[in-house]
Design a protein around this ligand. Structure first.
Ligand SMILES: [Fe+2]
Length: 304
């Protein structure tokens, strides 16, 4: 499959210095560039130049980049997105710092997505020759890499269809309003590889960000990260628990601008022939917070 992963999230923040403190000192991301009101970061185990971009001037998500395997993939997806009916434009090398040529489209839920094949690689501190298992200078949570995002918009059916038919994603889990035939789709979790999900969509106001998530190795790292969040007085949204949906271990919290972040571990291995799991909204509590089986009030109301 051509789409490899969610390569970057470009988000807006209200105060660059406060956000920098959060992403560099609490999340432990490495700054790789800074220019007029924008900072670029990578996790310690990411080779590409950046995975998180923050830009001063608001809240929410500006755009999301997915990296594809080959240049031919870009041309193929451009054609297939056009056939799907999406408006696609070419993106020139340099439009995004250190990112090569690509394509850009607006999804039915109002989000801007970019596909690209090249981003300058800056490597990792442990290198690739007989490497140590982690760098010794990690700060805060020391998140190794960006994992996935959940994006809000009205047309969940439409954006799911686009990602499946034009971009070769496949659904791992779906949330329906009820168990009745033809019940509206409330949310969908989609994979482009072997993770339980690489992106998810939730019904709500167009163009909104629910959260973007950083991968952590296991439950111990999720709880240790939560301790670090408390040390920094980071507003916690959902304390460490397991999601019923994807089985992932999770903590939700907010950056200083109110963008929700997640630390995420676990989840099962996904393959295209694994049947999709189906949920109904009466079980949302179990799906979101498996142990308490309650819906955190902010989950369906607070977006940025
Ligand atoms: Fe998530």
């Amino acid at each position: 499959m051509g789409v490899m992963r969610m390569g970057y999230v470009h988000a807006k923040v209200t105060d660059l210095a406060e956000a920098d403190q959060h992403y560099s000192q609490v999340m432990g991301l490495y700054e790789t560039a800074r220019e007029d009101g924008t900072i670029y970061y990578k996790g310690w185990d990411e080779f590409d130049h950046h995975s998180v971009v923050i830009e001063e001037g608001g809240v929410g998500v500006v755009k999301v980049g997915f990296k594809v395997r080959t240049l031919e993939d870009l041309a193929q997806y451009e054609t297939r997105l056009q056939q799907f009916g999406a408006t696609v434009e070419r993106m020139s090398a340099g439009e995004n710092l250190k990112v090569g040529d690509g394509i850009r489209f607006i999804a039915p839920n109002g989000h801007v997505f970019e596909l690209y094949h090249e981003m300058e690689q800056v490597g990792v501190e442990v290198g690739t020759h007989c490497p140590d298992s982690f760098p010794m200078d990690l700060r805060g949570i020391g998140a190794p890499n960006l994992d996935h995002g959940l994006f809000v918009g009205d047309d969940v059916e439409g954006v799911e269809k686009l990602f499946i038919e034009a971009l070769d994603f496949y659904p791992s889990e779906r949330m329906l309003a009820t168990g009745d035939d033809g019940a509206p789709l409330i949310a969908t979790w989609l994979s482009c590889g072997n993770k339980s999900h690489d992106i998810a969509f939730l019904k709500g106001p167009d163009g909104k960000l629910h959260h973007f998530a950083f991968y952590l190795k296991d439950w111990n790292h999720v709880t240790a990260a939560a301790d670090i969040l408390v040390h920094h007085d980071t507003p916690m949204d959902l304390p460490p628990t397991r999601h019923g949906i994807t089985r992932g271990e999770t903590t939700y919290f907010f950056d200083p601008s109110g963008n929700r972040n997640e630390t995420f571990a676990g989840g099962y291995l996904m393959y295209p022939d694994r049947p999709c799991v189906e949920w109904t909204m009466d079980q949302l509590g179990k799906g979101l917070d498996y142990y308490r089986r309650e819906v955190t009030p902010t989950f369906l109301t607070v977006y940025s």
